[in-house]
Design a binder for this molecule. Structure first.
Ligand code: KIV
Length: 284
């Protein structure tokens, strides 16, 4: 059965109906096709791809070309979830013009239905420029990984009163600037609840507790594929890393002992052509 496509109005509608938004990241065609067969609403091709699939130490080195390469791959695998493309570091910070141009590339070249960018203050102006160009945009507040050096590490944000007040003000500013949803990352659940209650647009939490309008996780984290470091907010729904390792070890063992490939995984050839192969008369 063909599933109904997730649209921006349907995402906005979930806020009013109280039905939670389920979002995940994905970075390639293979996983995108699997997610297509689920009920996930949004697939974010996050700049986390830099750390998850490209092996960078942070998200900062990710380029526009890398983002577009992966967004296109994901887009080829899905029909019904809304594909959101992340705007990488320095693709929108410099000016409103570059923000609109790069957001446009994510939509036109990548095929995404919306973009996401991090931060507030001057970034609210960038978000507004993108939204006013007719591109649907999600804001991102709290622990914004592109600001990792300012934060001094991957630390929970908004834990004291002043910081919490600032994040709440930023959330209202981004809504005013035209964001259609907000990602809230690594903030106290009480703050996320208050922001969610104040906003008309949906909040999508990651490490922001259960009171947001939706949740997002990095796919590789929740599948147990990223075993270097697991933040408190990540639940591993399966240990795919362990399962992969034991499957590969079994393969290696069977190859070495000669039990794979067996007859079930080998092709047969009719006897006649094999016996006569090479004996054909020229021109016969
Ligand atoms: O890049 C990313 O994957 C993200 C999510 C963690 C929200 O921004």
């Amino acid at each position: 059965m063909i599933k109904k496509q997730t649209t921006i109005p349907s995402i906005l509608g979930k806020k009013n109906s109280g039905k939670k938004i389920a979002a995940l990241t994905a970075y390639d065609f293979c996983f995108a096709k699997i997610l297509e067969e689920t009920d996930v609403d949004i697939i974010l091709v996050g700049d986390s791809l830099g750390m998850v699939t490209l092996g960078y130490e942070s998200t900062l080195p990710v380029t526009m070309d890398e983002m577009i390469h992966h967004i296109r791959a994901v887009k080829r695998g899905v029909h019904h979830p809304l594909v959101v493309g992340d705007m990488p570091f320095m693709s929108y910070q410099v000016s409103n013009e570059s923000a609109v141009q790069n957001a446009g590339r994510i939509i036109q070249e990548g095929g995404a239905g919306a973009v996401k960018l991090e931060g507030a203050g001057p970034m609210a102006e960038r978000l507004q420029a993108v939204a006013q160009a007719g591109i649907s945009v999600i804001g991102h507040l709290g622990l914004t990984p592109q600001s990792i050096h300012q934060f001094g590490g991957y630390k929970v944000q908004g834990k004291n009163y002043l910081d919490a007040r600032q994040i709440k003000k930023d959330a209202l500013d981004l809504q005013k600037a035209g964001a259609f949803a907000l990602v809230l990352e690594a903030i106290p659940q009480e703050l996320a609840r208050e922001i969610t209650g104040e906003l008309q647009i949906p909040t999508i939490g990651i490490g922001a507790g259960p009171h947001c309008d939706g949740q997002i996780l990095v796919l590789n984290d929740m599948l147990g594929l990223n075993r270097d470091f697991t933040p408190k907010f990540v639940k591993r729904f399966v240990e795919l890393g362990e399962l992969t390792k034991s499957a590969v070890n079994q393969y290696v063992q069977e190859v070495r002992e000669g039990s794979f490939p067996d007859q079930d995984h080998s092709y047969d050839m009719p006897r006649q052509p094999l016996r006569s192969a090479g004996n054909e008369k020229p021109g016969a």
